[in-house]
Design a protein around this ligand. Structure first.
Ligand code: CA
Length: 218
């Protein structure tokens, strides 16, 4: 899952980036409102963490524009502004949630999981398809009787596939889910991860569609 972080404070940005990567998200980080707007046009992110006090364009303007053009991407406002009015305005402009700085990064991760599963039309915390379940808060995967701890990347891979059961994801689509802009991707990285997940959960968990990509069957 790929997240856009919009934050002009380097220390907070670093901290949040590291925490997100540790939690298996791919993170792209921009530091002003204009860059945020440009980047969001690509549509390659699944959620936005949005600071409000930003250079070039205010976070509330970015949010307002995003909703005006019809984007449904989940947005969590992260802001130092104490004023309750900014938060109300943000929610009314289409934000899904907010956190006031300084915040506990674990709370941010929990709120992110919540908005993402709501976005997927789901309220239950486990992502389930047939006999496979995945717990986004622990990265544990279950398949029938098997319970396995997945590595960060293995989790990201299976999560991407389970979000769209029955849909084939190409190598490029999978890489986009798992890696941010600045990360080197080895040409066989995806094969390696798929091998890892199959070894832990059984070969039938991920289906290979020759020449097209991979899927989990619905
Ligand atoms: Ca700021």
């Amino acid at each position: 899952m790929r997240i856009l972080l919009v934050e002009d404070d380097n220390m907070i940005g670093e901290g949040v980036s590291v925490a997100l990567k540790d939690a298996a998200y791919a993170v792209d980080w921009v530091k002003d409102g204009e860059a945020a707007e440009q980047t969001l046009k690509s549509g390659e992110h699944q959620a936005v963490l949005l600071d409000l006090g930003l250079p070039k364009r205010d976070g509330l303007d970015v949010l307002q524009h995003l909703r005006k053009v019809g984007s449904k991407i989940p947005v969590i406002i992260i802001t130092a502004r104490e004023g309750v009015e900014d938060r109300i305005r943000g929610l009314d402009l289409g934000a899904d949630d907010y956190l006031v700085k300084p915040f506990d990064v674990n709370e941010l991760l929990a709120r992110l999981r919540a908005v993402v599963r709501r976005q997927g039309g789901q309220a239950a915390p486990l992502l389930t398809n047939g006999t496979i379940s995945l717990d986004p808060s622990t990265h544990k995967a279950m398949c029938g009787e098997i319970v396995a701890d997945l590595s960060t990347r293995e989790f990201a891979l299976l999560h991407a596939l389970l979000l769209h059961p029955g849909r084939i994801l190409t190598r490029t689509q999978i890489e986009e889910h798992i890696y941010g802009w600045n990360e080197e991707v080895e040409s066989n990285a995806v094969d390696f991860l798929i091998h890892g997940v199959r070894k832990k959960l059984g070969a039938e968990v991920i289906k290979n569609v020759r020449g097209a990509g991979w899927m989990v069957e619905k």
